[in-house]
Design a protein around this ligand. Structure first.
Ligand SMILES: C[S@@+](CC[C@H](N)C(=O)[O-])C[C@H]1O[C@@H](n2cnc3c(N)ncnc32)[C@H](O)[C@@H]1O
Length: 361
């Protein structure tokens, strides 16, 4: 075995080690409105950094254009901008590089449903996200402590209850993920809502996903259950009643429960508490419908999808001491608290609907 890596190996590791530069260059471009500025010039538009800067309020446009160009170049080699050459007005440089939107960049702009990936990018690069990930090693050194809570002295949900901007961005992030994975994928494949009469969305965010389910299945009586601070700000939706409480104390009696992207926030002991409270809230014939987007595969592959799941898993550890799980792990949690049967519906890579039943159907 060779004892030393080649320069290629060093460069590859170096590129990994400072990949935060790409994340922050993307964040800066979003904050500077670069993608919208290019989009406003037309579908195939290519703009030079000077042209982009002319739409940005800056104190020194010449230097700003040069600095912006450095950010744009980095984004272009990461498939976020395409480049072309334009004749220049400047005699010294006959041509200037111009930047256009790639298909990836289009994901940063609102689509026909008004959804873009921007809230996900912005949430992931907020100061508190950086701070929690910066302290990741504490998850190993003091395995009982959560990096986020260690730094901020409270859990992320308590923190958001007095940080309106973070709460608003988090809600947008949740609506975006729900759109991408739930509305576009789960609702097209999963048919288990047909037999449901009453559905309580435990940890159901602002209630928008439940409203979507009820609009597709109008026979369902929807109840959105969340912390009082969340319910106090939840908009009204037709067919959805908001109820406040704490899922770790108790969950009101109901015919069926959906836990969408909730269990991955918590460690096994907290998940068992939630599931035990679900078990107690349900009649014999009731079911819990668990929706998870990033279930861990048994085999690790070097694919963008698996990378996304594993990054999600580390983020859960930094923020909540939560984790992404395999099907076997999640099934085990349900069996521990008394659910008899598990039904699994595979939706798409990593995305599953898992039903927990109290009796065999
Ligand atoms: C990751 S979000 C998922 C939101 C929503 N289900 C979705 O898929 O968009 C987790 C949700 O759990 C809620 N939550 C956290 N702690 C809770 C508690 N103790 N009782 C009830 N809900 C809680 C949060 O307010 C948040 O809405």
């Amino acid at each position: 075995m060779e004892t030393q890596g080649s320069l290629e190996n060093y460069v590859s590791v170096w590129n990994l080690g400072d990949s935060v530069c790409i994340q922050m260059a993307l964040r800066a471009a979003i904050e500077l409105d670069v993608f919208n500025i290019i989009a406003k010039s037309g579908p195939e538009a290519h703009l030079t950094s000077k042209e982009i800067v002319s739409a940005i309020p800056t104190t020194n446009p010449n230097v700003a254009a040069k600095n912006l160009e450095r950010i744009l170049k980095l984004l272009s080699v990461n498939s976020l901008l395409s480049t072309s050459l334009k004749p220049s007005l400047n005699d010294k440089t006959p041509q200037e590089r111009a930047y256009g939107l790639t298909k990836n960049a289009l994901c940063l702009l609102p689509n026909e449903d008004g959804v873009s990936i921007t809230p996900i990018i912005m949430s992931g690069s907020e100061m508190h996200a950086m701070q929690s990930l910066y302290m990741l090693k504490h998850s190993v050194l003091e395995p009982e402590s959560v990096p986020f809570s260690k730094f901020y002295g409270e859990n992320f949900y308590e923190y958001m209850s007095h940080k309106p901007e973070t709460f608003s961005l988090f809600n947008k992030l949740m609506r975006t993920t729900s759109y991408l994975y739930f509305d576009q994928k789960v609702l097209k494949v999963y048919r288990g809502f047909e037999e449901v009469k009453e559905l309580m969305d435990v940890g159901g965010g602002d209630g928008s996903s439940l409203a979507k389910i009820v609009s597709m299945y109008p026979h369902i009586h929807g109840i959105n259950f969340n912390l009082p601070s969340v319910i106090a700000q939840a908009p009204k939706y037709q067919g959805v009643k908001h109820v406040s409480g704490d899922m770790f104390d108790s969950i009101p009696k109901t015919q069926s429960i959906i836990l969408k992207w909730v269990l991955h926030n918590w460690d096994d002991e907290h998940c068992k508490k939630i599931l035990r409270n679900c078990w107690e809230a349900l009649p014999e014939t009731g079911k819990v419908i668990v929706v998870e987007y990033f279930m861990l595969p048994e085999e690790l592959e070097n694919t963008p999808e698996t990378m996304q799941i594993l990054k999600g898993d580390v983020i859960m550890m930094a923020f909540f001491y939560g984790k992404e799980r395999t099907i076997a792990e999640i099934d085990n949690l349900a069996k521990c608290v008394g659910f008899i049967e598990t039904k699994i519906v595979h939706v798409s890579h990593g995305t599953y609907v898992i039903e927990f039943l109290k009796i065999k159907h």
